[in-house]
Ligand binder design. Structure first.
Ligand SMILES: *Cc1c(COP(=O)(O)O)cnc(C)c1O
Length: 405
C-alpha cells in the first residue's frame, strides 16, 4: 500500500515547483517573434529581472541552464590565460571553477570546505598577494545548493575594496535569487548569474547574466567570447531578434512574465521572509530529530545557511533510505546529497537535501517534515521526538509576530 497518489511534490532545489499560473501562461499558440506583445512584454521582463536583483545594470537572457550561464559569464569577463580567484564552499563553487579552467582561464581556488561560509579575510589575503593585479575577477557562490552554505556577498566586496583590487566581483545566485536577499547595486556586484528553474519558478531553460557598466566596459577587451554568448549586443539591442541571439525563448518568456509578477505582487521582502521562516521550520525539526539520533544539519551556523534549501546528514545510510521511502509512500521527492561524498565513500547515502525554494508555503514544508517523520518511524531510523511541534511553532510564532495571524 502506498500513500503517494495525489499531487506529487518535487522538494529538490531545482527544478522547483512550477506555479499553475506560470504553466497556464505558457499554454498558448506560438507568438509573433518580431513585433507586438512578446516584444513589449520582454521590455518589462528585463526591467523586472533587474528589480528582483536590485540592480540598475544590464541583464542578458540566454536559452541555457545554469551551466550555460557560468560559461556566458566566463566568456564575457575573461581572455584566454587571464586569472580568476574562486571562493568555493561546496560542489557548485568547484563546478564554476572547472568550467572556467576548461575555457583556458587560470583558476586559483580558495576552498572553504563543505560546511562553512567563505572567510573574506582569506580572499583579501589572496588578492593582496596579487600585486600586479592579474586576477581579473573573483567568482563566488551566494548559496551553494549542494552544501547549502550561504555566503556574504558584501563581505567579499569589502575585501576587494580594502586591498584596492580592481577585479570584477562575480556571483552565482542561481539558488538564491528570489529566495535570499540579494542586492546587486548595494553590494557592488559586477556580474551575477541565475537560472529560471529555482527561485524564479519557471521550467529549466533560461540562464541570466546581470552585469554592471564596469563589467560591460571590461568585457570589450575579452577575447574568449563567441557570438551567441556575447552580452554586448544583448545589452544594446534595439532589435528583439538580436537581443536573444536568434529566436526568443517564447513560452519561457510568458512563464517568466507571470512568475515575476507573482514575486513582485507578493513583494520581494515578503518573499524573502517566507523563505526564511520555512527554512527555520525545517532547521527546528532537524534540531529535534538530531537530539536523539544520528542526524544533523550540514551547516552548523544558522547565519551561514541558505533559506532556499537545507542539507542534512542522516547517518548509517538513513538519508537514502528515507528519500526512497518518501518517494514510494508519500509522493515527496527530496534532493540527493550532492557533492557531500563520492559514490564510492561509505557516507554517500548519509546526506539529503530538503528544498523550500520558490512556490512553497507552510503546508508544503510542514507536510514534507511530517512525511519525513512518518518515514523515520516506518524505517526505524532513531530520531528525537517533537520535531513537528517545533516546526509548527516556528510558523505560528512568525505569523503572530507579523500581526497577520
Ligand atoms: C542549480 C545550480 C547550478 C547549475 O544549474 P543547472 O541549471 O543545473 O546547470 C549552478 N550553481 C548553483 C548555485 C545552482 O544552484
Amino acid at each position: 500500500m502506498s500513500f503517494a497518489n495525489g499531487r506529487r511534490y518535487l522538494a529538490i532545489p531545482g527544478p522547483s515547483v512550477m506555479p499553475d499560473r506560470v504553466l497556464a501562461a505558457m499554454h498558448r499558440a506560438a507568438p509573433n517573434i518580431y513585433q507586438g506583445e512578446l516584444v513589449e512584454m520582454t521590455r518589462g521582463i528585463i526591467a523586472d529581472l533587474c528589480r528582483v536583483a536590485n540592480s540598475s545594470g544590464h541583464v542578458a537572457i540566454y536559452m541555457s541552464n545554469g551551466h550555460g550561464a557560468w560559461e556566458a559569464a566566463n566568456a564575457n569577463m575573461f581572455s584566454r590565460g587571464d586569472r580568476a580567484l574562486v571562493a568555493a564552499t561546496g560542489h557548485f563553487g568547484h563546478g564554476w571553477a572547472e568550467s572556467a579552467r576548461q575555457m583556458g582561464i587560470a583558476v586559483d581556488v580558495v576552498d572553504f570546505g563543505r560546511s562553512t561560509a567563505l572567510d573574506a579575510n582569506r580572499i583579501a589575503e589572496a588578492l593582496e598577494g596579487d600585486r600586479r593585479h592579474e586576477i581579473r575577477a573573483v567568482l563566488m557562490t551566494h548559496v551553494d545548493t549542494a552544501s547549502t552554505v550561504r555566503n556574504d556577498v558584501a563581505a567579499v566586496r569589502a575585501a576587494l575594496d580594502a586591498v584596492g583590487h580592481p577585479a570584477l566581483l562575480a556571483v552565482d545566485a542561481i539558488a538564491s535569487l528570489g529566495c535570499d536577499p540579494f542586492h546587486f547595486d548595494e553590494c557592488g556586484v559586477d556580474v551575477m548569474i541565475s537560472a529560471s528553474q529555482k527561485g524564479l519558478m519557471v521550467p529549466p531553460g533560461l540562464g541570466f547574466v546581470w552585469f554592471s557598466q564596469k563589467a560591460l566596459e571590461a568585457s570589450r577587451s575579452s577575447n574568449l567570447v563567441t557570438p551567441y554568448w556575447d552580452w554586448k549586443p544583448r545589452a544594446s539591442a534595439t532589435e528583439f531578434y538580436r537581443h536573444f541571439g536568434g529566436t526568443a525563448p517564447t513560452h519561457h518568456l510568458y512563464g517568466l512574465r507571470e512568475s515575476l509578477t507573482m514575486i513582485l505582487d507578493e513583494g520581494l521582502e515578503r518573499v524573502w521572509a517566507r523563505h526564511k521562516v520555512l527554512a527555520q521550520a525545517v532547521w527546528a525539526a532537524f534540531d529535534v530529530w538530531g537530539g536523539a539520533g544520528n542526524i544533523a544539519l550540514n551547516v552548523r551556523d544558522p547565519q551561514m545557511r541558505s533559506h532556499a534549501v537545507t542539507a542534512a546528514r542522516i547517518g548509517d545510510g538513513g538519508a537514502t533510505r528515507l528519500r526512497a521511502w518518501l518517494e514510494e509512500y508519500a509522493g515527496v521527492t527530496l534532493g540527493i546529497g550532492l557533492g557531500m561524498a563520492q559514490p564510492t565513500e561509505p557516507t554517500y547515502d548519509d546526506f539529503l537535501r530538503v528544498a523550500h525554494m520558490g512556490h512553497v508555503n507552510a503546508h508544503m514544508t510542514l507536510g514534507t517534515l511530517a512525511t519525513m517523520e512518518a518515514g523515520m518511524q516506518a524505517l526505524g531510523i532513531p530520531h528525537g521526538n517533537g520535531a513537528l511541534d517545533a516546526a509548527a511553532g516556528i510558523i505560528a510564532e512568525a505569523a503572530k509576530a507579523t500581526g497577520e495571524a
